[in-house]
Design a protein around this ligand. Structure first.
Ligand SMILES: NC(=O)c1ccc[n+]([C@@H]2O[C@H](COP(=O)([O-])OP(=O)(O)OC[C@H]3O[C@@H](n4cnc5c(N)ncnc54)[C@H](OP(=O)(O)O)[C@@H]3O)[C@@H](O)[C@H]2O)c1
Length: 322
């Protein structure tokens, strides 16, 4: 089958590992289902995979793509939940020590078809296109859990989203605005800040800029480049929810501020199957739809990867199959 895959890890030149070509059709183990992929979205995780981060060397070649939407052999339209937990695991799948994300152990979605455990597919709401549904499983699910499950914040409070144009950042802005938060965002360029405002941010600021007042919560995926600013932007008792560190994980922790102002730092990763079901319902009933900045046929996946590597995102990058 046609697929976009990582041939072997390339820590310093991830695009050199990107291969567009043929991979064997997958077998369908008992209890698993085949999804004919209609659309799949790109995540920073795919660039980490090309670099060999979070995946064992013996797992290459690996078809990329952590999330997607498509059709089962019986014609059911589905969205993929890409947290694969152990068969005997019950409860929050993200807490299973043996869990993996698609492309860490099992082949991913940038292909004509992908196989996943039957419990890892959910019905696609008819109101969402395949391209929109393909954004839900990773970036949007992560944002949903950060905001609604982990933060403990409530509508009316002020949140700061670090980053304006990324997949998780745009999801946080759109979900937060629709849920009644006062949403502020930082962006590295005027274009990116304008994008955040068009998606519902009430105010935007240059990265690192002093804010007019301190906020109740900060949402972090950038890491080293913004961490100090995140800590300094919080009211006493405020909360940072962190799910990524694109610019590096070795930030100054600002420990004195953390304890003196009694701040909470909460880690968050992906989300559960139930949370994905709730997110799909949320989008269905509110009409909120992911901002897709770039939709390309899977055959042109390299253009999307390059845009993400160069920081030229404007929401989600989605690949479609014919
Ligand atoms: N834990 C999880 O489950 C989980 C799930 C999804 C993603 N993540 C992580 O979250 C991060 C973002 O993923 P994504 O898919 O949203 O990536 P993305 O679409 O490429 O977005 C990157 C974001 O980072 C910001 N950024 C990057 N470098 C920056 C810098 N030096 N200074 C300020 N801002 C910077 C960008 O802000 P601008 O708009 O200003 O350019 C943009 O908002 C990645 O590290 C990813 O691994 C984790």
């Amino acid at each position: 089958m046609f697929a976009v895959y990582a041939a072997s890890p390339q820590p310093d030149n991830p695009l050199a590992a990107l291969t567009v070509g043929d991979r064997p059709d997958p077998d369908v183990p008992d209890g698993w289902v085949r999804v004919s992929v209609k659309a799949a979205s790109l995540n920073m995780h795919d660039l980490w995979t090309l670099r060999g981060v979070g995946i064992k060397a013996e797992k290459f070649p690996m078809v990329l793509g952590c999330d997607g939407a498509g059709v089962l052999d019986d014609g059911t339209e589905v969205v993929i939940h890409s947290v694969i937990s152990s068969p005997d695991w019950s409860g929050d799948e993200t807490l299973d020590p043996k869990r993996s994300l698609l492309t860490e152990v099992h082949q991913g979605t940038f292909a004509e078809s992908v196989v996943v455990p039957a419990r890892n597919v959910l019905p696609k709401p008819a109101s969402l296109s395949f391209a929109e549904a393909a954004c839900m499983g990773t970036a949007w699910l992560t944002a949903y859990r950060m905001l609604f499950v982990k933060s403990g914040l409530r509508p009316g409070q002020t949140i700061l989203v670090q980053g304006a144009s990324g997949g998780v950042a745009t999801a946080l802005i759109q979900l937060g605005r629709a849920a009644g938060f006062r949403v502020w965002a930082t962006g590295r360029s005027e274009d990116k800040r304008a994008l955040a405002e068009s998606l519902g941010a009430h105010a935007t600021f240059e990265s690192g800029a002093r804010l007019p007042e301190r906020v109740d919560g900060v949402f972090e995926t950038v890491g080293k480049a913004t961490w100090s600013h995140s800590v300094k932007s919080l009211k006493p008792g405020g909360v940072i929810v962190v799910s990524g560190s694109t610019s590096g994980a070795d930030a100054n922790a600002e420990l004195a501020r953390v304890f003196f102002l009694q701040l909470s730092v909460i880690g968050s990763t992906m989300g559960t199957r139930d949370e994905l079901a709730d997110l799909l319902k949320y989008c269905d009933v509110t009409g909120v739809r992911p901002k897709i900045g770039n939709e390309l046929p899977l055959t042109r996946a390299e253009e999307g990867f390059k845009a993400m590597l160069d920081g030229e995102t404007a929401g989600k990058i989605v690949f479609t199959t014919p």
